[in-house]
Design a protein around this ligand. Structure first.
Ligand code: ZN
Length: 314
């Protein structure tokens, strides 16, 4: 049974950073956002984290051969149909309360479990990491009978998330022709509530969920990684964390199938807590997001007024 660490949360919460650092631990194979593999890799042949086109990456070739007898055997239209039918945020209440899931949920989950099992075997890793983030996918995977599913729920201050969604970011895998999606602060505030609540619901359904805050993760990544390793059942000693030192991390080449541009970073990565929203998010938008997300921000331990120390430090 493949053990899968699913990184969940609303986009721009730091999941790619968490995944990159987890991928450096012995016994871990990080796959990127598998949810986007069907379109971006199988259809569009975008680049893997190793820099090769997906179709030319040896790792993914072996995974495809083992999982499906070759990627050409995957009916991408069918995957897209299933995704629309079962993996939408609006389906979460049904997925969370059903006594038995419809056949289509099992069929969709099967596509993922085959990839996880194959990656597990090809890499020899004890744990595979999927940073797909989507809460609806996590709820679908709960129904898979052949996965040991553990979820790391990454939370970041809603105002930092909202500010990040307003920024323009190029997608390097498209060679400058496309940019990452943008949302208004009002829209991302609503999504922040919905997605984070969905992971709380998943925990109440008995799935192993560990919540971490992005801000704490970046402040003390070694301690945070050790905590996640224990949660995932990995034996990690202090020496295994030596790639993180002096506020930076040394990253090797990975095979992330899709995700934020940081998946291409190799070598030294500065680990800096990004609080730029404190000065850059306009006060009106900051108040709007604070009002919409107030109850859950408080529940997660975020001050509604960021500390004066943070303001002064800027
Ligand atoms: Zn690759």
């Amino acid at each position: 049974m493949a053990r899968v660490l699913f990184l969940g949360g609303l986009g721009r919460s730091g999941t790619t950073l968490v995944e990159r650092l987890l991928g450096e631990l012995p016994g871990v194979c990080a796959l990127g956002e598998v949810v986007h593999l069907w379109q971006r890799d199988l259809r569009d042949d975008e680049r893997c984290g190793c820099g090769a086109k997906f179709s030319a990456c040896g790792f993914w070739r072996r995974v495809g051969a083992l999982a499906f007898n070759g990627w050409h055997n995957v009916d991408v239209d069918r995957v897209h149909y299933l995704r629309d039918a079962v993996e939408r945020t609006r389906h979460i209440p049904r997925l969370a309360t059903a006594v038995e899931a419809p056949e289509e949920v099992h069929e969709y989950a099967e596509y993922y479990s085959r990839i996880y099992s194959a990656a597990h075997e090809v890499s020899g890793a004890r744990i595979v990491v999927d940073s797909s983030k989507h809460s609806a996918l996590a709820h679908v995977l709960r129904w898979s009978g052949d996965l040991d599913l553990r979820v790391v729920h990454v939370v970041r201050d809603a105002r930092g998330v909202a500010y990040s969604w307003t920024k323009t970011v190029d997608r390097p895998e498209t060679d400058g022709t496309q940019q990452m999606t943008r949302y208004s602060p009002g829209r991302s505030a609503l999504l922040w509530n919905a997605h984070n609540a969905a992971f709380g619901l998943l925990a109440r359904r008995g799935v192993a969920v560990r919540r971490i805050r992005y801000e704490e993760f970046v402040t003390d990544p070694r301690a945070a990684l050790a905590g996640i390793a224990t949660f995932a059942g990995l034996d990690v000693g202090p020496a295994d964390l030596d790639f993180v030192h002096d506020g930076q991390a040394d990253l090797k080449v990975g095979h992330s199938a899709a995700g934020n541009p940081m998946r291409f970073t190799v070598g030294r990565l500065a680990l800096r807590r990004d609080d730029s929203w404190v000065s850059a998010l306009p006060p009106r938008q900051r108040r709007l997001v604070g009002a919409v997300c107030g109850p859950m921000l408080r529940a997660y331990g975020y001050p509604l007024n960021p500390s004066p120390a943070l303001e002064v430090a800027r």
